[in-house]
Each structure stands twice: as structure tokens, then as C-alpha cells.
Design a protein around this ligand. Structure first.
Ligand code: TXA
Ligand code: MG
Length: 321
């Protein structure tokens, strides 16, 4: 099935398509999602097909309000409640035991459902109009860079979906932090917009699941979030640029331009060391530089702290060299 993909701000049109078991792109504060009625197997199947995603990779269920969390999940622990109170709505995804109402295809047969209450006025308005939650992965083909503008979605998904609901550029810019529990201990399965220390302030010590071999959360797969152009992540920009001197290099830096290459071949992720700003600009910069006709993208590793750690995580998985 091919579509003439339209972009617009008509929320009622978005609702109508979703009610008809079609899939559409929606904005959230983290990245754009490819949304479908979470209770419709037919609609969910379309998501997997359009995204070219293996059905072994489950989808996050986006809900309109906290009361919905109790409709789709049960056995919600005290720690989970604390996280819900503190971070929802917001860029947090919680893995909780699923109720039967959630089709197995949404969780790829896993016992937990991933739940998120986004904080984006357009997403929230749409969700409130619906009488079902929205299952939505990021609106990019499997393995590629997540979209943070309607234009990014269009360039990656046009022809595959009927409608992109435009909500402007995503504020957070990287995906939600995914948290589950093992014997009531919080475990971070994907680093994201909320830092591990913010989580620890609420529920005490957390562990980070760094096992990239199991597919509990394929966003933690070793290779993911990748541009088509080879990407090298380095601590030593000067050495890397010299090593690949014969190649056409595009550079992603932060805070300031590097003196090593002409400025027109560089994108400064933010003339700042504020990692929230860098996260906001990251995927846009990656999309732009990926389309710049370079042989190689070299990226400066960021200070490995707070959101910087989440950004480095994405860049490590995006790197191919
Ligand atoms: O910020 C975000 O989380 C965005 C926006 C659109 O909400 N969504 C997003 O979805 O990043 P996606 O599908 O690209 O990444 C979700 C990750 C995947 O790695 C998936 O495997 C994992 O969450 N996941 C989803 N449901 C799960 C479940 N029931 N158990 C374990 N992992 C799950
Ligand atoms: Mg994704």
C-alpha cells in the first residue's frame, strides 16, 4: 500500500485515520512516533510493516492520563507509583505487568507492557480525543535516526503513511528513559531524556542494563540509531581527522567549531556545554549531516555525565567504525 503522505495540524483528521485503523506520525516531546490504536492488531501490524521492524521488538503504549496506566497494567509497585507521580507526563517509559486488554503483538509476547504518558500539547490533545491508547515506536525505519521534526518523518516515511501530525520540533530531542524492575529493584533498559541520577533521587539506587545481546529492549541493541554515512565517535578529534585526511569529512562538534576543518563542513550541536540543548539538536544535526554527501561523519564524544551519557549511548550505537 502506498500513500500520498500529507503533513498538517488537523487533530480531528488524525483521530479519524486512527479510528479507521490507519497509522499516522505524531509529535511527542522526545521524538516523533508512528502511532496506531494499541487495541487493534490490524493497525499494529501496519506499524511493524511500515517501520520494517521485526515483530520481536515490542512497542511503547502512549496513554492520555494516569488512569489509563491502571487500565493496561497491574501489580504496580510502590516504586513504580513514585516514578509515575514524579515523571509522568514526561519522557519516562515504565515496564509494568500487562493486562489482557493489551494485545500480545504490542509487547511481542512479553509479560510487561511499556507505558508512556507524553508531555506534548498536540499529543496530549489527540490522546484525550481517543478511547484507546496509541502504540508507537519512533517514526523512522528500523535501525535509523529518530525524527525530531515533521520534515524528518516525511523524508523517511513518505509513501508509507497517510498523515504526519505536525507539532513542531521536539523539545527533548532524544528518546524516553526506559525503566523496569527486577525483584523490585529499578533497572534502566534505555538511557534517555531523564538521567539516572534524577531517577535515583526518587527511588534510590538503580542499575543500568548494559547487556546488548538480549533483545529485552532492542533500543539497547549494539547497532541502532544509525545514519547511512559511516560514523566515527571519538575522544580525539584531531587524531581522527588526521587519520582520515583523504576522505570528505563532516564534523559534529559541540560548544565551538574545530579549527581543523572549514566551518561549512561542521555542525556545532550547540554553542554551549548544556547537554539538554545538545540533545534537542542532536538528531536534526545527524539528519542534516547524513544528507551532506560526506564519506565519513566524525563526532566528538561528549562529557559522559547526565544527558551527555544518554547522548554518548546513542552515538556509540550509531557509530559504525
Ligand atoms: O521517546 C520514546 O520513547 C519514543 C516516543 C515516540 O515515545 N518511542 C520510542 O519507541 O523510542 P521505540 O520503539 O523506537 O523504542 C522503544 C524501545 C524499543 O527498544 C523496544 O524494544 C522497547 O522500547 N520496548 C517496548 N516495549 C517493551 C516491552 N514490553 N518490554 C521491553 N522492552 C520494550
Ligand atoms: Mg526507535
Amino acid at each position: 500500500m502506498t500513500f500520498r503522505t500529507e503533513t498538517g495540524t488537523d487533530i480531528l483528521r488524525a483521530k479519524q485515520l486512527l479510528d479507521n485503523e490507519e497509522i499516522i506520525a505524531i509529535p511527542t516531546e522526545t521524538v516523533y512516533g508512528l502511532a496506531a490504536n494499541a487495541f487493534s492488531e490490524k493497525a499494529i501490524n501496519k506499524v511493524y510493516t511500515a517501520k520494517m521492524r521485526p515483530i520481536s521488538n515490542p512497542l511503547i503504549v502512549h496513554v492520555a492520563g494516569k488512569k489509563w496506566i491502571y487500565e493496561v497494567a497491574h501489580e504496580i509497585s510502590e516504586k513504580a507509583e513514585l516514578l509515575i507521580e514524579k515523571f509522568m507526563p514526561g519522557p519516562l517509559t515504565l515496564l509494568l505487568p500487562k493486562k489482557k486488554i493489551v494485545p500480545d503483538i504490542v509487547t511481542s509476547g512479553l509479560p510487561n507492557v511499556a507505558i508512556r504518558l507524553p508531555a506534548h500539547p498536540v499529543a496530549n490533545k489527540l490522546l484525550e480525543l481517543l478511547d484507546y491508547p496509541l502504540a508507537a515506536p519512533s517514526a523512522n525505519p528500523f535501525g535509523f535516526i529518530s525524527p525530531t521534526t515533521a520534515e524528518h518523518v516525511y523524508s523517511q516515511m513518505s509513501g508509507k503513511i497517510p498523515f504526519i501530525l505536525d507539532g513542531g520540533k521536539c523539545t527533548a530531542g532524544i528518546e524516553s528513559t526506559i525503566i523496569g524492575f527486577k525483584n523490585d529493584m529499578p533497572v534502566i533498559y534505555r538511557l534517555g531524556s531523564i538521567t539516572s541520577s534524577e531517577i535515583e533521587d526518587v527511588v534510590g539506587p538503580v542499575t543500568i542494563n548494559a547487556d546488548t545481546t538480549k533483545t529485552i529492549a532492542p533500543g539497547m541493541l549494539k547497532k541502532h540509531y544509525s545514519p547511512r554515512t559511516p560514523l566515527l565517535l571519538t575522544q580525539d578529534l584531531e587524531q581522527a581527522v588526521n587519520k582520515y585526511a583523504g576522505k570528505k569529512i563532516g564534523l559534529l562538534t559541540y560548544n565551538s567549531y574545530s579549527p581543523q576543518l572549514p566551518e561549512k563542513h561542521q555542525i556545532v550541536l550547540g554553542k554551549t556545554t548544556n547537554m539538554s540543548v545538545i540533545a534537542h539538536n542532536l538528531y536534526s544535526a545527524m539528519h542534516t549531516i547524513d544528507n551532506g554527501g560526506y564519506d565519513l561523519i566524525i563526532v566528538n564524544k561528549l562529557p559522559d555525565d547526565g544527558i551527555g551519557k544518554s547522548i554518548n549511548d546513542r552515538l556509540t550505537r550509531a557509530s559504525t567504525l
